[in-house]
Design a protein around this ligand. Structure first.
Ligand SMILES: Nc1ncnc2c1ncn2[C@@H]1O[C@H](COP(=O)(O)OP(=O)(O)OP(=O)(O)O)[C@@H](O)[C@H]1O
Ligand SMILES: [Mg+2]
Length: 591
C-alpha cells in the first residue's frame, strides 16, 4: 500500500478541509472590520468639512451625506453623526468578536485534524521508521511544527488578507484626496515595511537559536527527570545541577541579547513612524493652508496614515515568518509521506507450524544470516545465545515488527508478509524484552486488549501475578505510576506476561520474560503455561538454561547464526556450546 506523496500545498489544502468555511467566514468578518475602520475617519472628515465649515459637497462626501439623511438634516441633528460613528464602532466590535470566535473554532478544528492525521499515521509507520527517528524530534514535529503551521494558516494568512485590503483601500482613498500627500505616504510606508522585513529576517536566526537552546534545556531537564534514579545512584546531582545551570545561563543570555535587539528595533521603528507622521502633518498643514486639501481631508489623511503603520510593520514579520511555515510543513510532510507498514491482504487466521526458511535480516549491519528452523504447532522452542546474537530480532520478525531482508517466514504454510497485520498480530502474542507498562491501574493494563474480568483473573493466575495483586490493598485498581515505576522488575514482567496471555494467541513468544523472576516463580510460571496452553506454540528466549531446557527443541544462536539445534539431552550429548553454558550455570557436570 503506497501513500500518495503530498506536496506542501496539498498538505495545507488537506489540513484546511473541514474548517475552510470557518476561515472563509473569518475573512468575511475581517473585511467588515476593515470597511468600518476605514469609514470612521471618512465620516469625521465629512462632518468637519461639510457640516461644521459649510464646504461644498464633493466626491465621496455626497454619498456619506445622502447615507446620513442630507447635509441640512445632519446640521439640524448633530447626534446623527454620533449615532453613525457609534453604529460603525459597534459593527466593528461585533465583527471583531465573530472574527475571533470563528477563527478560534477554525483553529481548533484545524489542529484536531492535523493531530489526528499525524497520530494515526505514526501508528501505522513501520518500526524501522521509528528506529531512525528520535521520540523528542517526533514530538517536536507534532507540537511546535503544527503550531507554526496553524499560525501560518490562521493568524498570518488572515492578517495578510486584512492588511492588504486595509492598505489598498486606504491608499486609494488617500490618492483620491491628494496625490502629493498620498505619494509621501505611499513611499514611506514601503520603507517601513522593508525596515521591518530586514529586522525580522535578521531576528529570525536569533529566535531560532533561542528555540534550539530551549530544546536543549528542556531535553536536559527531561533526561534528568526520566533518569532521576540513575542521577541519584551515581551521585551526579551537583554535576547535573552545574550542567543545567550553565545551559540555563546561556539560554537566558541569548534572550537578553534578543530582547535588546527588539528594543532597538521597536524604538527606532517608532521613531521612523513618528517622523513619517510628522512629514505628513507638515506637508498636510502647508497644503491645507494653501487650500489644496480641506481640514477634514487632512484629518482623514492623518488617521489613515496612523492606522497603516502597525499593520505595515506586522506585514514585515508575516513575510519573514513564511519560510518558517515552509520548514514546518516539510518536517510534517516527512512523517505523512513516510510509507506505512506494508503487509498482505490474505484474510485468514494464522495457525500451524512456524517455518523460518533461509531468513536474513540487517539493521545497519547483518544481524541474522540464513536462518532455517521449524517450530511444530503446539511444541515449545527454546532460544539461547550470547547477548546481541539476534534472539530478540527473531521474535520481532515473527511478530511482524520488522521484515526479513531475505528468505521467508511462514505460519501454517502462509507467508506472514501475505497475511494482514491484524491476523498476524492476533496470532502472535509477544512479551517484549523491555515490556512497556502503561501508566494507570493494573486492571487498565490487563484489560488493554479487552476481555472479561474472569479472563483477567485467570491470566493473572497463570502469570503468577495474582499473589502480587493480592498484596496491594487496591487490588486491580492499584495505580502503578508512569511506565510502572512502582512495580518491581519481576512484578512488571509478570504483568506484561499476563497482559499478553489475554490475547489468547495460538503462538506465544517470551523474550527474556522470566529474567527478573526467582527460579521458583520461573518454574511455577512455566508449569502453569504448559498446563494451560497445551496446544499453543511457545517460543522461549532466555539466557538461563533452566528456563529453556524443557523445551521440545532448542536452538543456540551465535552472531546471527544457528550453531546448535536439538533437544536439551541431544545438545548435552553433543558436548558443544550448549553443554558449556549448561555446565557453567549448573556448576558443572550434572545432567
Ligand atoms: N533498532 C536497532 N537498530 C540497530 N541495531 C539494532 C537494533 N536492535 C538491535 N540491534 C542490533 O542487532 C543485534 C541483535 O540484537 P538483538 O536485540 O536481537 O539481540 P539479543 O540476542 O536479543 O540480545 P540480548 O540477549 O541482549 O537481548 C545487536 O547487535 C544489536 O545491536
Ligand atoms: Mg534480546
Amino acid at each position: 500500500m503506497r501513500t500518495k506523496k503530498q506536496s506542501k500545498l496539498r498538505l495545507v489544502a488537506y489540513f484546511i478541509k473541514g474548517s475552510f468555511y470557518l476561515f472563509a467566514l473569518s475573512v468575511f468578518f475581517n473585511l467588515i472590520l476593515v470597511f468600518t475602520t476605514v469609514l470612521i475617519p471618512r465620516i469625521i472628515g465629512f462632518t468637519v468639512d461639510c457640516v461644521l465649515q459649510n464646504d461644498p459637497l464633493m466626491g465621496e462626501n455626497v454619498l456619506i451625506a445622502s447615507l446620513l439623511g442630507g447635509v441640512e438634516f445632519v446640521k439640524s441633528h448633530y447626534y446623527i453623526v454620533l449615532i453613525a460613528l457609534l453604529a460603525l464602532a459597534l459593527t466593528a466590535g461585533i465583527s471583531k468578536f465573530f472574527n475571533l470566535y470563528v477563527n478560534s473554532k477554525a483553529d481548533e478544528k484545524l489542529m484536531q485534524r492535523m493531530r489526528n492525521k499525524l497520530f494515526c499515521h505514526l501508528l501505522v509507520l513501520p518500526m524501522s521508521w521509528h528506529y531512525k527517528h528520535m521520540t523528542g524530534d517526533i514530538l517536536q514535529r507534532c507540537t511546535s511544527d503544527m503550531q507554526t503551521i496553524l499560525n501560518f494558516i490562521s493568524a498570518q494568512m488572515m492578517s495578510l488578507i486584512r492588511i492588504l485590503v486595509l492598505v489598498s483601500i486606504s491608499l486609494v482613498f488617500m490618492f483620491m484626496m491628494d496625490v502629493t500627500l498620498a505619494l509621501i505616504a505611499a513611499t514611506t510606508i514601503p520603507a517601513m515595511f522593508v525596515y521591518s522585513l530586514i529586522f525580522q529576517l535578521k531576528a529570525k536566526k536569533h529566535f531560532r537559536k533561542c528555540d534550539e537552546e530551549e530544546g536543549v534545556l528542556s531535553a536536559r531537564a527531561q533526561e534528568n527527570l526520566s533518569a532521576a534514579r540513575v542521577v541519584r545512584a551515581f551521585g551526579r546531582e551537583s554535576y547535573e545541577r552545574d550542567r543545567f545551570n550553565a545551559q540555563n545561563e546561556y539560554y537566558t543570555g541569548l534572550w537578553v541579547n534578543l530582547l535588546r535587539r527588539l528594543a532597538v528595533y521597536w524604538s527606532s521603528s517608532d521613531l521612523l513612524a513618528s517622523l513619517q507622521l510628522l512629514l505628513i502633518i507638515a506637508f498636510g498643514t502647508v497644503f491645507a493652508l494653501r487650500g489644496s486639501v480641506t481640514e477634514g481631508e487632512l484629518i482623514v489623511f492623518i488617521s489613515y496614515n496612523a492606522m497603516l503603520i502597525g499593520p505595515v510593520r506586522e506585514l514585515g514579520r508575516i513575510v519573514s515568518n513564511m519560510s518558517k511555515a515552509g520548514v514546518s510543513l516539510e518536517r510534517i510532510g516527512e512523517i505523512i509521506n513516510a510509507e506505512p507498514e506494508d503487509y498482505g491482504r490474505l484474510n485468514r487466521p494464522l495457525k500451524g507450524d512456524i517455518v523460518f526458511d533461509d531468513v536474513s535480516f540487517s539493521y545497519d549491519k547483518p544481524t541474522l544470516s540464513h536462518l532455517s528452523f521449524t517450530v511444530k504447532e503446539g511444541s515449545t522452542l527454546g532460544i539461547i545465545g550470547a547477548t546481541g546474537s539476534g534472539k530478540s530480532t527473531i521474535a520481532h520478525l515473527l511478530a511482524g515488527l520488522i521484515r526479513p531482508s531475505g528468505g521467508s517466514i511462514s505460519i501454517g504454510g502462509v507467508d506472514i508478509t501475505s497475511a494482514t497485520l491484524r491476523d498476524l498480530r492476533r496470532s502472535v502474542g509477544l512479551v517484549l524484552q523491555n515490556g512497556y507498562v502503561y501508566s494507570g491501574t493494573i486492571g487498565d493494563n490487563l484489560a488493554a486488549v479487552g476481555g472479561s474480568d474472569a479472563q483477567i483473573r485467570r491470566c493473572a493466575e497463570i502469570a503468577c501475578f495474582d499473589d502480587v495483586i493480592r498484596g496491594f490493598s487496591a487490588g486491580y485498581d492499584t495505580v502503578i505510576g508512569e511506565k510502572g515505576v512502582t512495580l518491581s522488575g519481576g512484578q512488571r514482567q509478570r504483568l506484561c506476561i499476563a497482559r499478553t496471555l489475554m490475547k489468547n494467541a495460538p503462538i506465544l513468544i517470551f523474550d527474556d520474560s522470566f529474567s527478573a523472576l526467582d527460579s521458583e516463580t520461573d518454574l511455577k510460571l512455566r508449569t502453569n503455561l504448559s498446563e494451560a496452553y497445551k496446544n499453543t506454540t511457545v517460543i522461549i528466549i532466555s539466557h538461563r538454561i533452566a528456563t529453556v531446557m524443557n523445551a521440545d527443541n532448542i536452538i543456540v544462536l551465535d552472531d546471527g547464526k544457528i550453531i546448535e539445534e536439538g533437544s536439551s539431552a541431544e545438545l548435552l550429548n553433543k558436548g558443544g556450546v550448549y553443554k558449556k553454558i549448561y555446565d557453567r550455570q549448573t556448576g558443572g557436570g550434572a545432567k
